[in-house]
Design a binder for this molecule. Structure first.
Ligand SMILES: NC(=O)c1ccc[n+]([C@@H]2O[C@H](COP(=O)([O-])OP(=O)(O)OC[C@H]3O[C@@H](n4cnc5c(N)ncnc54)[C@H](OP(=O)(O)O)[C@@H]3O)[C@@H](O)[C@H]2O)c1
Length: 250
């Protein structure tokens, strides 16, 4: 493993917004009634991103349950984060977490996703892929152009309503909150399932993101390189990890 890969592996990190507060310049979720619902969100993976998202989403109206690579990972991580942040996160195993949840966030490395199909039933679940499918040495992306990690996730997890989101946000950002001066942190959300995309846009807004609708799931072919560009800026070009890509408009 090269030095950059080692640094990236080692440096982890670690509100309730109304419909009216949703930014008008972004497409609004179109599935009526989804906005104000309290949902159960499972986060699979208790590492850097899983922990960061758990703390961020744990401060919203939604219920959060954590699960990891073995049965004790979720409960252990939930107990630790609850003690550190005064939250009420739950912890269980992967199968139970997925069963309990309406929305499942896969905070695991891309190569681990296909194997999750044997662990839990994702049929009908909104499944959020946050991955950047980097090569082992972080020198680039392992897949792209004609597919994406998100599209491969949709193929691997039968019946899952897959949404791409959160992949352009460094784990370290969650520790310091989502505000960058007078700008909120954007997250780019893509899915072929309109209601699933609307739901994740709403959850992202609840958490304090500036959620940006990026259309169909194939947009992940562009969002994953954007995530990789962010890694390049952050680690290879020395900008650090308190950065994120954002769009200008006027
Ligand atoms: N770190 C970032 O800044 C960042 C930013 C954007 C997107 N992402 C993406 O977010 C994902 C997670 O990255 P990370 O930095 O959080 O990695 P990480 O710190 O290594 O955490 C990965 C977690 O996944 C768990 N895991 C692995 N295989 C699993 C399985 N089969 N079932 C359940 N849990 C499993 C690991 O558990 P064990 O440790 O017990 O194996 C670990 O808790 C990756 O896809 C990455 O591309 C990361």
């Amino acid at each position: 493993m090269n030095t950059t890969a080692k640094i990236i592996r080692q440096q982890g990190c670690f509100s309730d917004q109304s419909k009216e507060a949703y930014p008008s310049h972004h497409k609004r979720p179109n599935a009526a009634g989804i906005w104000r619902r309290k949902m159960n969100i499972a986060i699979i993976g208790t590492g850097n991103i899983g922990s960061g998202l758990a703390v961020t989403l744990g401060k919203t109206k939604h219920g959060v349950v954590l699960a990891g690579s073995d049965a004790s990972s979720g409960p252990d991580a939930a107990a630790k984060l609850n003690a550190e942040h005064g939250l009420s996160l739950q912890g269980t195993d992967v199968a139970q977490a997925v069963k309990l949840a309406e929305v499942v966030i896969l905070a695991v490395p891309f190569p681990a996703i296909a194997g999750l199909a044997d662990t839990a039933d994702f049929n009908g679940k909104i499944v959020v892929d946050v991955s950047n499918p980097v090569t082992e040495d972080f020198s680039g992306l392992a897949i792209g152009h004609s597919t994406s990690a998100a599209e491969e996730t949709a193929k691997a997890l039968s019946g899952a309503r897959v949404v791409k989101a959160f992949n352009t946000v460094f784990a370290q950002v969650y520790a310091d909150g989502l505000d960058f001066g007078d700008r909120k942190l954007p997250t780019y959300v893509a899915s072929d399932d309109e209601a699933a995309r609307a739901t994740v846009l709403a959850i992202a807004a609840d958490a304090g993101f500036d959620p940006v609708d990026t259309g169909a799931l194939a947009s992940a072919r562009h969002l994953e390189p954007l995530g990789y560009l962010n890694i390049q800026f952050g680690y290879m070009l020395g900008h650090g990890t308190q950065i994120a890509p954002a769009w200008l408009s006027r």
